[in-house]
Ligand binder design. Structure first.
Ligand code: 9MR
Length: 610
């Protein structure tokens, strides 16, 4: 007969058995909690931002408008100067710099605990009046010195204040038809250029920026690269080349100036992000707006706003799902400061806050995409992890708790703390009354735990789940002395093959029946009183028995050789029993486990007998 000790070598089978008992159900998110974009993003570990202005083009200073400043600092954890760090503002003459408007935005950001994204150092337009005429007669060497000095002066000035820079902006063109995008003509590339070929001028700009602030993240920023296509491919090829040759680039900005008829699919956007992730490159959504046709009052139809909201929600959802999407910015704070109406006459209403800084449907959609769900469960979703029967729980029983938002989106497995199964997985905790339960698995729709030994049979216990700072309302569950369930191998159909080893430690099944009179090992859960105290989360190393156990096979009692905790497991019972002689053969012979007066008959488990 196999000893208990030799059976511990069969842990993997039992683990498999437990694993097959984990069925993850579909879920829907219950909402509550955060009411600002900023708080909701923070709970997801995401920075959310907006393009912002002070008085870089003269009064009024938008930051002095309490509604504007309040919306910016309340809703966003990051800002990017819409214009204040561009050439036309920062280098008004060839020999003077003006960083005052940028400084004002940095000061505002620091006062409100926000990050600043710098935009931009090298672009083909928005020049000060002197620059284009200068370039028209300058040599490449002079242009190179000019660009180097500008990048060095600006990055040095904002060193430590700007966490990431758009070093080069919109360098690729948008040829018509099927022509492949190439580099756009510009004073930095070829008119006259800084004396570099191909993407060499871009590479040079990154090197200068890195030299001025080695800690700043350096981005290439562009539009029409959010979905797969030839422009993305052109940018990707450049980034791949830079990464392979050690050029200091950390990220790509996807601008996301889109319409309700022209926007990337979720799959396409995710694909582009993943391709860049494989290069170790971050993505920021840098300039999102979704422009809509508007009336003379600047407002859009309800139908268009609803479509726009879905688009915002889908883009945000993709960003949350891709680990390398690390910031999400709107291009403006409200309808009133958006660039859209003046650049696209007849369009507007492109942002999540309206003219009065009130939330639009897009705002609510962004919030819905980001909100951490409140864990929700019901008593009927708390089941024995072997039998899937709801009802009572028993001390030491493994239960599966089905619900929504009960665990992390990214499933977490059990961990050990000081040799005990930990009662925290990711940011999930399960409490029976005041006692935390050791967690074997935690996903957003299902958490598997071992019921703490402290619960009292005959009384009800309040079950609560905490996840990511949100607590479920308590659910009251009766506690029983024992709730035996036999683990099942495979699906939930009928009959259900029990998780049983034959005497030679092979797995019992219709193709591998046990002989009458031989020993079998049955894996189960469902507690009952123990012969020695066990600590929650303990993986027992000594033999600890459960009381009052019987096992019938084909209606006949088997002889119990050992019934207790499976050594090395939390919550798993192991019953070694000798089958009656003269047991009739069958591929699905009923097996019923009874502990302390409760039995497993409702689950119709079977084994194979030869
Ligand atoms: O929002 C900016 C607007 O105020 C300026 O007039 C315009 C000038 O080109 O630039 C806008 O910002 C652009 C950004 O710097 C780069 N991507 C496209 C943005 C919208 O044009």
């Amino acid at each position: 007969m196999p000893t208990v000790k030799s059976l511990t070598g069969k842990r993997n089978q039992a683990r498999h058995v437990v694993a097959t008992a984990l069925l993850v159900l579909a879920e829907t998110a219950a909402l509550s909690g955060q009411t600002t974009l900023r708080d909701a993003a923070a709970a997801q570990g995401l920075h959310i931002g907006a393009a912002a202005s002070a008085d870089e083009y003269g009064p009024p200073d938008l930051l002095m408008n309490p509604s504007y400043a309040g919306a910016l600092s309340t809703q966003y954890s990051e800002l990017e100067p819409a214009n204040a760090m561009k050439w036309d503002v920062t280098q008004p003459t060839q020999t003077t710099y003006n960083f005052q408007p940028g400084d004002e935005l940095v000061t505002f950001a620091e006062a409100n605990n926000m990050r600043v994204r710098g935009h931009n150092l090298c672009w083909y337009q928005q020049f000060p009046a002197w620059l284009a005429p200068y370039a028209a007669s300058a040599t490449p060497a002079e242009m190179s010195t000019l660009l180097q000095n500008h990048i060095n002066a600006e990055v040095t000035h904002f060193k430590g204040a700007v966490f990431a820079w758009d070093v080069v902006n919109e360098a690729f063109n948008d040829p018509s038809g099927s022509a492949v995008p190439g580099l756009r003509d510009s004073i930095w590339y070829d008119q006259p250029g800084i004396g570099q070929t191909g993407t060499g001028y871009i590479e040079q700009a990154f090197q200068w920026a890195h030299a001025a602030d080695p800690n700043a993240l350096l981005f290439y920023n562009d539009y029409n690269i959010e979905g797969p296509g030839s422009k993305f491919t052109a940018v990707y090829n450049m980034v791949q080349d830079f990464v392979q040759r050690g050029v200091p680039i950390n990220g790509v900005g996807f601008e996301m100036h889109i319409t309700t008829s022209g926007y990337p699919s979720a799959a396409g956007l995710a694909q582009n992000m993943q391709q860049l992730a494989a290069l170790g490159i971050q993505v920021h959504i840098t300039e999102m707006d979704v422009r809509l046709p508007v009336g003379s009052n600047g407002l859009a139809s309800a139908a268009d706003l609803a479509t726009q909201a879905q688009i915002y929600q889908s883009i945000m959802t993709v960003c949350l799902q891709q680990p390398n999407c690390t910031a999400f910015q709107m291009w403006g704070v409200s309808y009133g400061d958006s660039w859209i109406p003046s650049f696209f006459p007849g369009y507007g209403a492109a942002l999540p806050l309206d003219f009065n800084y009130n939330p639009t449907p897009a705002f609510n959609a962004l919030l819905a995409a980001m909100r951490t769900p409140v864990p929700a469960l019901t008593a009927s979703g708390v089941v024995n992890s072997a039998s899937y029967q709801a009802g009572s729980v028993a001390p030491g029983e493994i239960v599966a708790i089905f619900g929504t938002g009960v665990g992390p989106d990214k499933p977490a497995a059990a961990t050990l703390t000081n040799g005990l199964v930990s009662s925290t997985a990711a940011s999930t905790q399960v409490l029976f009354g005041e006692y935390p339960a050791p967690i074997l698995y935690a996903g957003s729709g299902q958490v598997n735990v071992v019921v703490p030994f402290e619960v009292t049979p005959g009384q009800d216990v309040n079950l609560t789940i905490n996840n990511n700072g949100q607590s479920s309302p308590p659910v009251s569950i009766p506690v029983a002395q024992a709730v035996p369930g036999i683990f099942i191998i495979g699906g939930t159909g009928s009959p259900q093959q029990a998780a049983v080893l034959n005497q030679d430690l092979s797995v019992n099944g219709p193709g591998n029946p046990a002989a009458a009179g031989s020993v079998i090992v049955v894996y189960a859960t469902g507690g009952g009183s123990l012969s020695a105290p066990v600590t929650d989360g303990e993986l027992p190393t000594t033999l600890i028995n459960v009381a009052n156990t019987t096992l019938t096979v084909g209606g006949q009692p088997a002889t119990i050789d050992f019934a207790g905790l499976a050594p090395g497991f939390a919550g798993v019972l192991q019953i070694n029993a000798t089958l009656p002689n003269g047991l009739a053969a069958g591929s699905a012979v009923p097996i019923v486990l009874s502990i302390s007066g409760a039995d497993s008959s409702s689950q119709s488990a079977t084994i194979a007998i030869q």
